[in-house]
Write a protein that binds this ligand. Sequence first.
Ligand code: CA
Length: 240
Amino acid sequence: MAHIVVVEDEKDLAYLIARTLRDEGHTTEVFNHGRLALDRLTNASMIEPDLIVLDLMLPDVDGMTICRRVRQERIIPIVMLTAKSTEIDKVLGLELGADDYVTKPVSLRELQARINAILRRVEMMESRSRTSDNATTPIKDAGLSVDPVSREVHIHGTEILLTAREFDLLYLLSSNPNRVFSRDYLLSRLWGDDYGGFERTIDTHIQRLRRKLGGPGSVADRISTLWGVGYKYERPDSDA
Ligand code: CA
């Protein structure tokens, strides 16, 4: 059970989404105005949702701005609703880093499946960090540092902003150097078992992670692809 904020100006849709989530046992809070949602999500009197469903197109403050502002301050999973397939890259990418998206017209079943997958993943990460010593050990490897407690990543002292999933992916890979992870394994470990087996999801996230790690010739090169198998993190030869 989670507390979920829904930001959607189409009242009928907002109502349907909230009702669906409540039927699942979650509690919901609906905002029909972007400005109000932004205030409540970023100010001192802030509410503490477990997840935000956020419409991209809002009449006052748009979803992009809200996503960016919330991301600057807090780690809360965000699922974007968008009618524009051209925006998907931007929504999931470097600039905004939403955790997932659902295209309009919204399939409530799909939205629910994606929300459940994210919540399960968060729960899994939390229980793992509670039970495993390993999950609190920072990685420091030739200029790259990955801290699972603060969830911050630095490359030679410069902070790299990653989405929650990109972080989990990088931490899992870099804390197990030279171990090959199959796409299947990564999907079920980081996304939950019934995500539907979209292996391309992994490829997309790896691509974006590499881009954020600096592209070719940088830390990004340590993540290597084994065609038809999966991915691994390779330690650089020198410790420079
Ligand atoms: Ca809208």
